[in-house]
Design a protein around this ligand. Structure first.
Ligand code: NAD
Length: 359
């Protein structure tokens, strides 16, 4: 049904490749990172750093990282000439106006969106650890022209995706930024309350359980801060579009929460255990993990830190420059135990409550 090439074989591209494999006429992956390409090839992916094997592609899907300035998207557009009538779908998260700039680039090359090339944006919404497929979540999709949108919808609906078409492609761009930033703001709100509870010697989980009994209230849980790559990046992109002080405040509240956790751990004593070090619970990935940042900062400051995560083998912990805990569920011997950002054990709890009362 389509000869597809995915550009950007990171978390999203790799997962998408696995979902498309066997369901399209041909499938290739491209990535600029030689190490990643080597590793993927060893796992059986048909992937390369150059365009060898991509001849005949009629469907280009871009899932590469963007950074904050989006220049990478233009570089990628310049790296290939789409065959007449090809679909170019960008699934990476974009700043508002990026698709219009890509369209202007194609026009400047004499390639007309809507007739020579069909240009759509279908931002990815997969939640790793929750979704089983990159196509299971309804997908917002916008086109540069109605013809582009129709062509993009035809491709994705044949794969069984449920689609949410929007007439203005900027709505598709903004939708992803709003989704992630709303989550960021909600977590930052919870973090601000958690810091205040900690300073007052109050139990944040107890507060959370109490307020969440009201049907229209959902106070989010807190972790080590707002980790991962997407949420901190996307609120910056939204801030650029909508210059409200709310977004800067949410970023500062998150920073304040992380600082508070670090200070609290440092004041609690020398022996620290951090349980749960992946970037989010249930996902075996330590990239952009704030738990690692916390453990390494404590270690650098002279604390004796041990870490444990059922998803991270001890050898990997050592490679990360940390010490694996031998007996992570024995509280003896630790001054403080932090599990997914929450202090689950602390020696001299009474002293900590005194401090809270004085403040
Ligand atoms: N990870 C998520 O949960 C998630 C969810 C929704 C949306 N997104 C968005 O999807 C995009 C990709 O995210 P990811 O998590 O897969 O990132 P990633 O860092 O895991 O992978 C991005 C890949 O793109 C490659 N790349 C960068 N520039 C390239 C170029 N010019 N040519 C070829 N390859 C290039 C990198 O080498 C890397 O392998 C981002 O815009 C992100 O915000 C991510």
């Amino acid at each position: 049904m389509a000869r597809c090439t995915i550009i950007g074989m990171g978390h999203i591209g790799k997962a998408l490749y696995a979902d498309l494999n066997g369901r399209v006429d041909s499938l290739n992956g491209l990535d600029a990172n030689h190490e990643r390409v080597k590793a993927l090839r060893e796992q059986g992916y048909r992937v390369s750093t150059d365009h060898t094997g991509c001849e005949g592609t009629d469907t280009w899907i871009i899932t590469a990282s963007t950074g904050l300035d989006m220049s990478n998207m233009l570089e990628i557009a310049r790296s290939f000439v789409p065959a007449p009538g090809a679909l170019v779908s960008v699934e990476s998260t974009l700043s508002v106006g990026t698709m219009a700039r890509l369209a202007a680039y194609y026009l400047s090359e004499g390639i007309s969106p809507g007739s020579d090339v069909y240009l759509v944006h279908a931002p990815h919404r997969v939640m790793f650890g929750h979704d089983h497929s990159t196509l299971s979540m309804p997908r917002v999709i916008g086109g540069i022209t109605p013809e582009c949108l129709a062509r993009g919808m035809s491709f994705y609906s044949q794969l069984g995706a449920s689609l949410v078409p929007v007439q203005d492609i900027r709505v598709a761009e903004l939708s992803k930024l709003v989704e992630n930033s709303l989550r960021h703001v909600n977590i930052a709100f919870a973090e601000a309350i958690a810091v205040a509870c900690s300073q007052a010697g109050m139990d944040f989980p107890a507060l959370r359980s109490a307020v969440n009994t009201k049907g229209n209230v959902h106070l989010m849980d807190v972790d080590y801060g707002i980790g991962g790559e997407c949420l901190p990046k996307d609120i910056r992109l939204l801030q650029h579009f909508a210059g409200s002080p709310l977004f800067e405040s949410a970023i500062l509240a998150d920073r304040d929460y992380q600082r508070n956790l670090l200070d609290h751990a440092q004041q609690a004593g020398e022996k620290v255990l951090v349980r749960g070090i992946t970037y989010k619970p249930g996902v075996p990935d330590v990239e952009h993990s704030l738990a690692l940042d916390l453990a390494l900062a404590l270690q650098d400051a002279g604390s004796s830190v041990e870490v444990y995560d059922p998803l991270v083998p001890p050898a990997e912990v050592l490679r990360l420059g940390l010490v694996p805990a031998e007996d992570p569920f024995n509280t003896q011997g630790y001054d403080i135990i932090i599990e997914r950002g929450r202090i689950v054990h602390e020696r001299l709890v009474a002293d900590v409550q005194d401090t809270g009362d004085r403040e």
